[in-house]
Design a protein around this ligand. Structure first.
Ligand code: ACO
Length: 433
């Protein structure tokens, strides 16, 4: 079969270019426009990358129309039901599920990297008592770059990528838990390698020096599930940031720190904190219609947090899983959660509303995740830190894929310049006010 192409013609010059259409394993084909500038002297203008593919990737596939999410071909529903976070991390990074032996070795190898250099503990002292833990996380993870920096090494060829992945995944819980401990005035807890990944994280968060801490297995399972559901999500804003930072052949911890900074915003990972703030403000199911009206009012900047997604124009499959998990967790911990009632009512009213139906706005992954964190007694400002901890598996898998990509190039978007045309410098004395 001949290669499918798209012809782009410049109506002002009559010149054309025939661009190949590239087909992936599944999903929307892409037009290869790399010679557009060379042959037609034109760039593509696509604000927010709404129709732009930035890389080839074999890690995560999502179909926003159908509400499908797969990692290395495994549907998220199956991973959520049968897998664990560290197994999903293995899958993202290695491309295959591990054998039983590989799984044991993988878990052990991550445990070998849970400690950080003792000097790193001093970084926390520089933060204000009321710092946001995401600013601390970005700073401390960025600082880790200095502990694993070799100016002579080429990150694409000389650095052991799997060792890098184990370091990032192993250290994130330690660094994250310490943000909380510092802000709470509690002593840091060292990792305990007798414990599993999530158990160890909860121990570093919640244990007291005076007592042995045994987290509730239901809580461990719920957190593990949230970590699975947040582990990777294709070329979202933070992952694209990690790739862009990595494209300048940069230290992986610096790239992850850049991803953390991007994740923090309320339009992205910060939505989980914003959702709970919003539900607290709504406070009662009977107030829901007022807030839905506010979200539809174009003269108001208020949006329903946890609603809408650039790619999903159908239910976010992760939201469906989390909603059920939230319900199960509240039942099993016998917690009365009035905010869950508010969330259910908000979802019910919004999904019947023409505004949300027309724009295909559905609850996203973070609509219910904050309620689970809250039930697990994780403080609100730590919600996005939880997301970052889990997403670090995806970030580092994507960083490795970039480093090993034969098409590797520095990322360098172009622009449509709309500023002043050339004008000569005017000495200050001659400038009119
Ligand atoms: N509440 C009310 N209206 C909304 C919402 C919302 N949550 N989201 C989108 N809309 C409206 C927009 O106003 C716009 O309306 P218009 O066509 O009349 O102008 C239309 O829906 C399309 O919205 P865009 O902003 O163009 O969609 P985009 O793809 O750029 O943004 C985003 C996606 C950022 C997620 C947006 O839906 C949003 O701000 N949601 C709330 C924040 C949130 O939950 N973020 C988490 C996303 S998931 C994640 O990152 C983990």
């Amino acid at each position: 079969m001949s290669q499918r192409t798209v012809v782009i013609t410049d109506s002002s010059t009559g010149k054309s270019i025939e661009c190949p259409v590239l087909e992936g394993t599944c999903g929307t084909p892409v037009i290869d426009t790399k010679h557009l500038y060379r042959d037609l002297g034109l760039f593509v203008h696509d604000v927010g990358f709404a129709s732009t593919s930035s890389c080839r990737s074999a890690i995560t596939y999502l179909d926003g129309e159908q509400g499908i999410l797969m990692h290395r071909g495994s549907p998220i529903e199956q991973l959520a039901k049968h897998s664990t976070f560290t197994e999903v991390a293995y899958l993202l990074i290695h491309g295959e599920l591990p054998t039983a032996k590989q799984m044991v070795e993988w878990d052990l190898s991550i445990k070998m990297h849970t400690m950080t250099h003792e000097h790193l503990t001093r970084f926390y002292q520089g933060y204000r008592y009321d710092a946001h833990p995401m600013s601390m996380l970005a700073g401390v993870v960025g600082a880790l770059a200095s502990f694993y920096h070799d100016p002579t090494s080429d990150y694409r060829t000389d650095v052991d990528h799997l060792l890098t992945a184990r370091r990032v995944i192993g250290k994130m819980p330690t660094v994250a838990a310490r943000c909380y401990r510092y802000l709470s005035g509690l002593p840091f807890v060292y990792p305990d390698n007798q414990r599993g990944y999530v158990d160890n994280f909860m121990n570093m968060m919640f244990s007291w020096p005076t007592e042995r801490y045994e987290p509730n297995p239901v809580a461990i399972k719920a957190l593990d599930l949230l970590f699975i559901l947040h582990a990777d999500h294709e070329q979202n804003a933070s992952t694209s940031t990690v790739r862009l930072a990595g494209s300048s052949e940069n230290n992986p911890f610096a790239c992850v720190a850049a991803g953390i900074a991007t994740l923090w915003g309320k339009a992205h990972g910060g939505a989980n904190e914003a959702v709970v703030n919003m539900l607290e403000e709504i406070a009662d199911p009977k107030n829901v219609p007022k807030y839905v009206s506010k979200a539809k009012d174009k003269s108001n900047t208020f949006r329903l947090m946890g609603f809408g997604h650039r790619v999903y124009k159908n239910f976010d499959p992760r939201a469906t899983i989390i909603r059920q998990a939230c319900h199960d967790l509240l039942e099993s911990l016998k917690l009365d959660q009035p905010l869950f009632e508010v969330a259910l009512e908000l979802e019910r009213i919004a999904l019947q509303d023409e505004y949300f139906i027309e724009r295909k706005l559905y609850p996203n992954v973070d609509f219910y995740s904050g309620l689970i964190y809250r039930a697990l007694r994780i403080p609100m400002t730590m919600f996005t830190v939880m997301f970052a901890l889990a997403r670090s598996a995806g970030w580092i898998a994507q960083w490795i894929e970039l480093m090993e990509d034969p098409d590797f190039r520095i990322g360098r978007p172009r622009q449509l310049y709309v500023g002043a045309a050339r004008r000569d410098y005017v000495p200050v004395a001659k400038r009119s006010s």
